[in-house]
Design a protein around this ligand. Sequence first.
Ligand SMILES: Nc1ncnc2c1ncn2[C@@H]1O[C@H](COP(=O)(O)OP(=O)(O)OP(=O)(O)O)[C@@H](O)[C@H]1O
Length: 610
Amino acid sequence: MTDAAPDSARAATAPAPETPERLPARETWRALYRHFRPHRGAVALGALFTLIGAASGLAQPLAAKSLVERLGTDESITGILLLLTGLVLLGTAIESVGAYVLERTAESVVLAARRTLIGRLLRLRLSEVERTQPGDLMSRVTSDTTLLRAVTTQSVVSAATGGFTFMATVVMMALMDPVLLGVTLGVIVLIGGATALVMPKIAQATQRAQEAVGTISTALERAFGAFRTLKASGAERREAAAVRQAAQEAWRHGVRSAKWQSVAWSSVGLSVQVSFLAVLGIGGARVASGAISIATLVAFLLYLFYLIDPVSRLVEAASQYQVGSAAVARIVQAERLETEEVDGPDARESTEPGAARPSAASVAFEDVRFRYREDLPYVHHGVSFDVPGPGMTAFVGPSGAGKTTVFGLIERFYDASGGRVLVDGKDVQEWPLAELRSAIGYVEQDAPVLAGTLRENLLFGAPGATDDDIDDVLVRARLDAVVRRLPEGLDTVVGHRGSKLSGGERQRVAIARALLRKPRLLLLDEATSQLDAVNELALRDVVAEVAREVTVLVVAHRLSTVTLADRIVVMDAGGVRATGTHAELVAGDPLYGELAATQFLATSAGVSAT
Ligand SMILES: Nc1ncnc2c1ncn2[C@@H]1O[C@H](COP(=O)(O)OP(=O)(O)OP(=O)(O)O)[C@@H](O)[C@H]1O
């Protein structure tokens, strides 16, 4: 592909996590050994079967020889025929069991690597995910792990058997003629040394190819993540060009890796042939001088050809090691991303079915300072407020004032850089994370609905909830009529990101999902999009009802919500500028007065203030 990368291509091919390109050799070795270690018994078994199979192959010519000798005599050949057949069958069976054991082990290595990686990726800190490309992280689980197959199994066997037969052949050659052995080893070391120089290029090319595979996933994830926008923007061709460009890169580096691998392979034949010529020349001279007999030279040359197999195996193991080292570097990069502490029960255990609704939580911010990254400006410059439970508190303020960030800090998606965030009077840093989050129901602004059925979506945060609990939240979120209308009720599939539901329905599903967790604190980031009056009233009633027993914090964009709130926190430019009721603030805070008169009224869809 020759076209220049369009903007979309450049965005989609943004680099993955900032981590060292290559791991130091020692760390690569350690990381690969970590994947191999649990399976070393199985690999040894596979290697043993492979060796026995090969050994039984060696016995076959002997049995065949004996068979041929008997043909000219009166002796029965039935026994020897049966023995030969038995040997062939046994050899084949043992060899295929060996191959099966090795392949199975290879799959187990991949499985174990995937399991570890999946466990870590889903526990990554939000800030880490924001720094990386989810598509690229996915490709590390799906694609890079498969490259561990050969290096942790077949190449270990190749290295062991190759090394062993190499040593045995060298010993036999030493017994024949140490001088010729010196010549042979000299040639092998020379060519082997040159080959060793190209080996890192295999790893380098493989790593680049894998990075390009990661970019393909990233680009596709980006396209499918906004598929309607993609179509509406007529961006299919440009996005396809971005993906194709990444595919082309993967191909280019894959081919480069293949090129270096074939260079490595050709070194096997080259070293044996050059050795052969050198041995022939020097050996001939030694025969002429009477230092060795011609029989010794012939036997030595035969051993030289025996070397082809072990040297091939060693080269194979070395190039597989390079491929594996590229993959393991990317896997280690992903494993090094910071995860959240794993402490206590997850959603399954923390939400007991039918459990009594606990008391409302209190929330307080004490002079909280926060920025998303060291290199970004502060978003909160000393935010303070105090919210006793239950009741509804609305956060209002211009776009970008830091309202949604308040929720991120309460959920501990991020840690404050200064000050304290308190829930029930206790610093969120001191809460066991799972316990803190199990007390909270969170409805994001864009109310994400996941692919799957409606039931799966509702149970997402409370897998242990009963049918009665579900019925209850359906009624409370005004979803019961919607579910009745659906042909398959709760088991209706809602599509990728809930695309088969309307915007209002998605919001109510998100609220129902949060309520099913029986939260003590409900965080509701109100959608900025305009809802129809009926939907808006319905949601308003739901929230008001919940706020009777639960502490509800709402990032409010609608007057109907604000006027319902027990208290309003007005945020501006990363600080709290005023707190009070609607009436107090309209009278006392000019910014609030302006917001109420313009922004809220503009989006209140005709719902009048009370
Ligand atoms: N994950 C993030 N990484 C870096 N900066 C962020 C991140 N999320 C928000 N910001 C920045 O922090 C500031 C506050 O964002 P926040 O979402 O809290 O504002 P908000 O008051 O909720 O705005 P809105 O009413 O438009 O939703 C904004 O300038 C925003 O660009």
